[in-house]
Design a protein around this ligand. Structure first.
Ligand SMILES: Cc1cc2nc3c(=O)[nH]c(=O)nc-3n(C[C@H](O)[C@H](O)[C@H](O)COP(=O)(O)OP(=O)(O)OC[C@H]3O[C@@H](n4cnc5c(N)ncnc54)[C@H](O)[C@@H]3O)c2cc1C
Ligand SMILES: NC(=O)c1ccc[n+]([C@@H]2O[C@H](COP(=O)([O-])OP(=O)(O)OC[C@H]3O[C@@H](n4cnc5c(N)ncnc54)[C@H](O)[C@@H]3O)[C@@H](O)[C@H]2O)c1
Ligand code: SF4
Ligand code: FES
Length: 799
């Protein structure tokens, strides 16, 4: 069958997303041609703010590489503008003299920045902020000139202003209204924002109407209606956008503010569609990607002949993309006669939360300082949930590790791309996804503004549990541009002792850090300061904070310590009594030869530990866990060494040691290796008069066989080499990097060189001893601390 000719005008975000959706539905049905005015493949316009702010580079914001067009048989004409459409002949004409026929035409020409129609606005140095060319122009100007003026204190203006500050310019922001982001914030939030941005160096001028741009050929200043003049070498107009409708208008399509479309994104000509910022649906045009992508999905389905209800309009939310400034806004933000508002302002911490309620339903929200709840509140708004539902969900949320844990499957994690928690979890499980990049590729989540990256990462962690490891990234996380090595070096050099201090001194982009960097910093600080470090419980993952493993149903599992997997009558009796008393849901033997008591409520945990009177088995921690042993020489006829004794020594020595990820060990007394040392982080095998120490094994998702590190004669040597290896791993692995990945990355030979050097080995052992000296049995510590029991396990607020 001959392919239908489909032409897209506008190689931008909405148009290309529509094409992506179309080729997902009908890969071979259309012969697709794209005309794009800009000489680039489709790029992430949103990220221009981050480019200007120096957080990312232009080369990193391409969404669809040239190869993508080729791979999908899409004929792209970059740098070519469509100047005319003949709707009768179904042909488009370009500024380079090309003519192309279509069966279906999609117009996705976006918008242009509104430039004040005042004297001097055509001078050199006056620009909008819309595309790569504008961005490059501003970067270039900052190298020669000093004074920048941004007209417009909205999202775009403020993001531009922050970028220009980063480029070393002095920045004035001019706003017509009497506070910032008038369309998105109320006066309280805007005040907090203004205060913060002033400390960052911006100077604001409110209630100012610019009447003239001064200068000869190039701008030198601007003048306001009240006669005031301020100096300016660069003027950025960020006072809103106007849809590009000229072409559609000249073609005879119905236009208003945008190109008028019906619920199927169809213009008044049946085979001509409009999508994105240029389209006007139900008297509304949009300037954010989330609704435009929704439109794209609808249009794709329609053009592919799939049944659907059509586009019904969108509720939008916005977030400001300035490092270290958290602002979220959605829906109705100012109270009216028929609304009530719930407001919490913390002037000290500079946080503000406002929820606007109408007839018992959440209809709007403004968050400043802490925007973690933004996605959740937005989901509640969209599903028309009552404020009671939200408040009830809050009680559970307080007990949970991260906001994503308390979200329902249908709740949206990525607002830009409309991707729900359920969709992401399903994709992680179905496709075996293990990294943010993979989730992005499969689900589109986190592919636009990137504000949801933290939540997607949390969700990966929540879904994969211990199998999650984000160790490949060079920087610790998106809160900083520094690598693990740089952060550790700074901790040492500057004597930093607290996660908040690290974030402040090293210029973290977020005030609170994220769920990725907080536990990592806590670990690195503990590793560097060994015995002197006071662990920050609040920076740990929930399991480590509570010293028990949270289960699917919200109960916990308790695994008491059994050195070397050996137990006795007394311990078994205690375990049986506890299981009976607390009606434990299930008693289960673990793969590491321990007894797991499952189904214990959080409130019961301290009492269970008190009744057990046994140390924690650390089954939840990024720490040395169990040492599995075979029965060994004492009972087994093949046994050549005391594997049980060796295992117990290892477990007692390294009990409670904090490590970048969990560490499991196994000791066998002959090569039959019943304790499975070949897939352990440290595997020890006893032979006649010899012990072999293997490292870097993994029996989980990333199956890896352990490699022989060393052959030694005595048990003391086993302990010394194991200590040297583990200390080297502690000091050099990325947080959440298993020994298997670590050994793979640095190479066994390198590890051998390190631990074989007697001086180095000794030094590593000394540092290990210091780290071990800080160990405090955690369950006992909790039982003895009434306040912690109340705060952490019973949620009774006493201070
Ligand atoms: C700096 C900046 C930051 C932003 N941040 C956010 C954010 O954080 N969150 C958010 O949701 N949104 C943000 N936006 C808005 C978002 O980028 C836009 O809503 C989105 O890009 C619009 O997509 P579109 O495809 O409709 O238009 P565009 O992406 O502008 O694409 C239209 C394309 O069509 C081309 N074109 C126009 N006329 C023709 C023609 N006649 N022939 C050929 N080609 C033509 C244009 O050159 C352009 O490349 C931001 C915008 C900017 C500028
Ligand atoms: N983080 C984000 O979501 C983000 C970031 C950048 C851009 N955008 C989008 O890009 C588009 C453009 O953003 P924008 O900030 O230009 O538009 P906007 O309409 O959101 O804000 C314009 C601001 O300029 C002010 N203004 C209007 N006329 C003025 C004048 N004569 N002098 C001084 N101030 C004046 C308005 O009061 C308002 O505060 C919007 O659709 C926006 O949603 C979004
Ligand atoms: S590993 Fe060897 S010694 Fe140990 S139980 Fe198995 S067969 Fe016996
Ligand atoms: S919320 Fe913008 S990319 Fe997910």
């Amino acid at each position: 069958m001959e392919k239908q000719k489909l032409i897209l005008i506008g190689n931008g975000m909405a148009g290309i997303r529509t094409i992506e959706e179309i080729i997902k539905l009908l890969p071979d049905y259309f012969e697709i041609t794209v005309f794009g005015k800009e000489p680039y493949p489709n790029y992430n316009r949103i990220q221009l703010s981050n480019v200007l702010q120096g957080d990312t580079e232009l080369k990193d914001i391409i969404l669809n590489e040239w190869q993508w067009y080729e791979d999908n048989n899409i004929l792209l004409y970059p740098g070519e503008t469509v100047v005319k459409i003949d709707k009768e002949r179904q042909v488009v004409f370009t500024d380079k003299g090309k003519e192309a026929e279509y069966d279906y035409l999609i117009i996705a020409t976006g918008s242009h920045p509104f430039i004040l129609p005042i004297r001097g606005s055509d001078k050199k140095g006056v620009t909008g902020f819309r595309d790569i060319a504008d961005c490059e122009e501003m970067i270039k100007t900052s190298k020669t000139y000093q004074h920048a003026t941004v007209i417009g204190g909205g999202l775009l203006g403020l993001e531009a202003a922050r970028g220009l500050l980063n480029l070393g310019m002095k920045v004035d922001v001019i706003e017509l209204a009497d506070y910032l982001m008038e369309a998105q914030l109320d006066q309280t939030a805007a005040g907090l924002l203004q205060e913060e941005l002033e400390t960052q160096g911006m100077q604001f001028h409110f209630n100012k109407q610019t009447t003239e741009i001064l200068g000869d050929e190039r701008v030198t200043g601007i003048q306001f209606q009240d006669g005031q003049v301020i100096q300016a070498d660069l003027v950025v107009m960020a006072i809103g956008i106007r849809p590009n409708i000229q072409l559609a208008k000249e073609t005879g399509l119905t236009v208003n503010r945008g190109i008028v479309v019906n619920d199927f994104m169809q213009t008044n000509v049946a085979n001509i569609y409009a999508v994105g910022e240029c389209a006007e649906h139900n008297h509304t045009t949009y300037g954010l990607v989330a609704p435009l992508y929704e439109q794209g999905q609808v249009l794709a389905k329609h053009i592919c002949g799939m049944n659907h209800q059509g586009y019904k309009g969108s509720i939008v939310s916005t977030q400001l993309k300035i490092s270290g400034v958290d602002v979220f806004s959605a829906g109705i933000i100012n109270e009216t006669a028929d609304t009530k508002a719930m407001k919490v302002l913390d002037e000290w911490q500079k946080t503000y939360k406002k929820i606007v309620i109408q007839s018992g339903k959440i209809v709007g929200t403004v968050l400043y300082g802490n925007t973690k709840e933004g996605a959740k509140l937005f989901s509640y708004m969209k599903k028309n949930a009552s404020i009671e539902d939200y408040l009830a969900s809050q009680q559970n949320a307080e007990e949970e590790e991260s906001i994503v844990q308390s979200m329902g499957d249908e709740e949206v994690i990525c607002g830009c791309n409309g991707v729900s928690k359920g969709t992401i979890v399903e994709a992680i499980n179905r496709e075996g996804l293990t990294s943010l990049e993979e989730v992005k590729n499969v689900t589109n989540a986190a592919r636009s503004c990137g504000q949801c990256k933290g939540m997607v990462t949390d969700l990966l962690e929540l879904t994969l549990g211990d199998d999650y490891s984000e160790s490949s990234s060079e920087t610790i996380c998106s809160c900083t541009d520094l690598s693990r090595e740089q952060v550790i070096a700074a901790i040492r050099e500057k004597g930093l002792t607290h996660t908040k201090e690290v974030m402040n001194v090293l210029g973290w982009k977020t005030e609170e850090g994220c769920s990725k960097c907080r536990p990592a910093l806590n670990y690195y600080l503990g590793m560097v300061h060994a015995a002197d470090y006071e662990d920050e419980r609040e920076s740990r993952f929930v399991n480590e904070r509570l010293h028990a493993n949270i289960q699917k149903d919200g109960t916990y599992s308790v695994v008491p310590r059994m050195y070397g997997g050996v137990t006795n009558v007394e311990d078994l009796r205690k375990i049986a009594d506890v299981a009976e008393k607390y009606q434990v849901g299930m008693i289960k033997l673990t793969g590491g030869q321990r007894i797991d008591l499952l189904g214990i409520t959080k409130e019961d945990l301290p009492d269970v530990w008190k009744d057990l009177g046994m140390p924690s088995g650390y089954a939840y921690g990024k720490s040395v866990r169990t040492v599995k042993t075979c029965v060994g020489a004492q009972f087994c006829r093949f046994g050549t060494q005391d594997s049980v004794g060796m295992g117990i020594q290892l477990e007692k020595k390294f009990e409670g040691l904090n490590t970048p990820h969990k560490v499991k060990m196994g000791v066998s007394a002959c090569p039959r290796n019943c304790a499975e040392g070949g897939v352990k982080d440290v595997g020890v095998i006893g032979l006649d008069g010899v012990w072999e120490v293997y490292v870097g094994g993994n029996g989980g998702t990333d199956l890896r066989q352990a490699e022989l590190l060393v052959r030694v004669k005595t048990e003391d040597e086993v302990l010394a080499y194991t200590a040297a290896f583990l200390q080297y791993y502690r000091e050099n692995a990325n947080y959440l990097e298993r020994t298997s990945a670590f050994v793979e990355r640095v190479g066994l030979e390198h590890v051998q060189e390190v631990v074989m050097d007697e001086h180095v080995r000794q030094a590593l052992n000394e540092r290990m001893e210091r780290a071990l000296s800080a160990y405090q049995e955690p369950w006992q510590a909790v039982i003895e601390d009434e306040q912690t029991v109340k705060d952490l396990y019973q949620n009774i607020q006493t201070h």
